[in-house]
Design a protein around this ligand. Structure first.
Ligand code: MN
Length: 739
């Protein structure tokens, strides 16, 4: 294990002004905090943060980053707290360690990495400082280096996550060396056979091509010197994972694989790069289609290089990368490389397209943040300078399902948006939400890293008003669609009931198939449309019957006349149809109130008629074309105005839990006596009836008839009130009336 002074010396080597006391304190604190904890390898746990710190010293990072590396696991894995870190090491390091703790907790949640892009964005959104990501990459690198000690299942999961998330992240940050190493470790554990095949093949080619690297290097160097170009040449073998990826992408076999060598020419400036390219192309034949100039057109991550492939001295394809020293540093160490160059070479930077990086420093790493921002947003270099803060993905929030699937949503999104983002079916059935295990309102605003669990209920239809609880278009249009669909389904089902009733009355067996055969007669495209037309009253059910079984119609009419109530329908058996009372606080006094059907918004097909039916009453519906179903108490005189054929039997379907009230109408005749009205009101009130309206109908010299609208729970309740009134000596007559 690296000693305390060794670590300090490593940092001081590249940064003589580094805070030695800080590094010492972090070293001792982390070592004590981890105490006797052991890694899977059996090593003391502290060896891990120490190695992570060492990796970061290779990248020549500042003392705060190195101290953070030492402390990166203490909050999550030991008794240490954020407050303690703040107190001992200052809020800057406290915030860095806190960022790493948050990422570590995310790792525990993310069991699936299918949405790697979103996960990377989440990492960046949570890492308010680029140094958090640098420490995280170093942390992952060390864990990959020591993965052999983990159980096979963990090895698999960690390797997949590395390939999906961390290696590409390193690549986007321009840290190629770290990316290569992460990939090769992951490759080894995920595809052990392929790994072995590729490394064996590499060994074979290496033996066969013995001396080739030196030969090419020597030839190139000689030509460069001849041309007076000051450049260094180094050859290397490509990495097993990049070879394997090429094999799987381009579907070439291991046998066909030949260009496994890549040479790098590093020159002092851009002019020499192009001259060196000229030398290479005149020495060996260039392979067509393989030339790419990333110096004049840098990649999104600011990678700059000229790429070409030539046919080398042994007829071997050889890849060449030509770049300046600075470009090389950036390619190898990415954002970290800029730290190295921060204080030097403004001239060298100006030579490339990195001019903007160092322009105006507002503090350490400001330009680093800008850079990462640009990398991840993929914006062009011109926009580069306009970004000043590391407010990445402020317009997005990233949440998890309980199974660890990551869902990206716009800021302000609610669990309802989340549910629809998971699946439309989940959204439609959503009735409640748990965020991080806590039951929350469904319109709660979600935050980064929230774990959201949606409670669903089968057959639930989202109320149309929920549209306003969502911010995503997907959820809003799905809710509108669901509401429309619910209305449509109800009409179709109602139409089917009405048609069946007509068929039953004529002793004809109803079937959808029979009706389908007559669709064209009514110019209807589908049976659903036809049935909905029946329900809306646009198409009489009798006409459908007549089309299907003309001979039965006459008999049907006769049968209905003889026995009008036969074959009544129970509409509660129609799925989704529920008759409900007016909402509490709705305008009273008006006796005809529209009753909303569950899930219906604008089309309200159920209307309670004057005369008041209360639960327990037998009720009858009459379909009124274009209006809906009017509901009547069976003794209501208005009902008698409709032909019996049009009667639809209804039964109550109310929620007893809700204690809804329904208006009934009483005729009370009482002698004219002071206080009579108050006494009547007392009796009704004492029996828990609400007087809604009261009207005097006839005033004789000694008697008054009152029409009283009273709101009751049901028929039994109404009867108790009537009995109560009859028991008193203040009234002479009490009757229920319907007009
Ligand atoms: Mn760690």
């Amino acid at each position: 294990m690296m000693r305390q002074y060794e670590l300090v010396e490593r940092v001081q080597k590249y940064d003589p002004k580094a805070n030695e006391a800080l590094l010492n304190r972090a070293y001792v604190y982390a070592m004590k905090a981890h105490g006797h904890q052991k890694r899977a390898s059996g090593d003391p746990y502290f060896s891990h943060p120490l190695e992570v710190a060492a990796i970061l010293t290779d990248l020549k990072l500042d003392d705060a980053t190195v101290a953070t590396a030492l402390l990166h696991d203490v909050i999550e894995d030991t008794d240490a707290t954020r407050a303690e870190i703040d107190q001992l090491f200052g809020p800057e390091i406290g915030a860095l360690v806190d960022g790493l703790t948050k990422i570590k907790r995310l790792d525990l949640v993310s069991k699936q990495t299918e949405q790697a892009e979103n996960f990377r964005k989440l990492l960046i959104a949570i890492s308010t400082d680029i140094r958090v990501l640098l420490v995280k990459l170093a942390d992952r690198l060390h864990n990959m280096r020591t993965l052999e000690h983990m159980k096979p299942g963990s090895r698999q999961r960690i390797s997949e996550e590395t390939l999906d998330i961390y290696a590409p992240l390193a690549g986007r940050m321009g840290m190629q060396a770290i990316r290569d190493e992460l990939e090769d470790h992951a490759f080894r554990w995920l595809h052990p056979e392929a790994y072995k095949a590729v490394t064996d093949k590499l060994a074979e080619l290496r033996a066969k091509n013995e001396g080739l690297v030196e030969e090419i290097e020597g030839a190139l160097k000689a030509k460069l010197v001849e041309a007076g170009i000051d450049a260094s040449v180094s050859g290397r073998e490509k990495k097993p994972y990049s070879i394997w990826r090429k094999m799987t992408n381009k579907q070439i076999s291991l046998e066909q694989l030949s260009d496994i060598y890549a040479f790098r020419l590093t020159a002092k400036d851009i002019a020499d790069c192009y001259r060196a390219l000229g030398v290479a192309h005149t020495t060996w034949r260039a392979v067509p289609g393989r030339f790419k100039d990333y110096i004049s057109t840098p990649k999104q991550n600011n990678y700059q290089s000229i790429h070409t492939t030539v046919v080398g001295p042994r007829h071997q394809r050889v890849e060449l990368q030509i770049r300046t020293h600075l470009m090389h540093q950036v390619a190898e160490y990415g954002v970290a490389a800029h730290a190295l160059y921060k204080d030097m070479t403004k001239g060298a930077i100006a030579a490339g397209s990195m001019t903007s990086l160092d322009d105006k420093e507002h503090g350490p790493y400001v330009w680093l943040r800008r850079m990462v921002e640009t990398l991840l947003e993929g914006s062009n270099p011109e926009e580069f300078l306009e970004h000043t803060k590391l407010e990445l993905f402020q317009d997005q929030v990233f949440c998890f399902t309980p199974k660890g699937r990551l869902i990206a949503l716009p800021r302000g999104a609610t669990p309802l948006d989340f549910a629809y983002a998971v699946h439309t079916d989940v959204g439609n059935a959503a009735v409640g939400a748990y965020v991080n295990g806590r039951h929350v309102p469904i319109d709660t605003r979600l935050r980064n890293g929230d774990e959201v669990e949606i409670r669903t209920s089968k057959g639930h239809v989202p109320p149309a008003a929920w549209e306003s609880l969502c911010v995503t278009g997907r959820a809003q249009s799905a809710i509108r669609r669901a509401a429309r669909e619910a209305v449509r389904r109800q009409y179709v089902e109602l139409g089917r009931r009405l048609a069946s009733a007509a068929f039953d009355a004529a002793r004809v067996t109803y079937s959808d198939d029979a009706v389908k055969r007559v669709l064209s007669k009514f110019s209807q495209k589908s049976i659903d449309e036809l049935l909905a037309a029946v329900a809306r009253g646009e198409l009489p059910a009798g006409d459908v019957l007549k089309a299907v079984a003309p001979e039965a119609v006459q008999a049907a009419a006769q049968s209905v006349l003889e026995n009008p109530l036969k074959g009544w329908l129970d509409l509660t058996k129609v799925s989704g149809l529920r008759v409900r009372a007016p909402a509490p606080g709705a305008p009273t006094g008006q006796l005809s109130s529209a009753i909303a059907l569950r899930g219906l918004k604008d089309d309200v097909p159920v209307i309670f008629e004057e005369g008041g039916a209360v639960p327990g009453d037998r009720i009858v519906g009459v379909l009124e074309p274009g209006a809906g179903i009017r509901i009547f108490q069976i003794h209501s005189p208005q009902l008698q105005a409709y032909e019996h054929q049009r009667w639809i039997d209804m039964s109550w379907d109310i929620d007893p839990e809700k204690q809804e009230r329904f208006p009934a109408r009483l005729s009370v005749t009482a002698p004219n006596r002071p206080g009579a009205l108050a006494a009547i009101a007392d009796v009704i009130g004492g029996a828990e009836g609400n007087i809604d309206n009261l009207k005097m109908i006839r005033r004789a010299s000694d008697f008054t008839e009152l029409r009283i609208e009273v709101e009751v729970f049901d028929l039994a309740h109404l009867n108790r009130i009537i009995a109560g009134l009859r028991q008193t000596d203040i009234v002479s007559k009490v009757e229920r009336v319907f007009e």
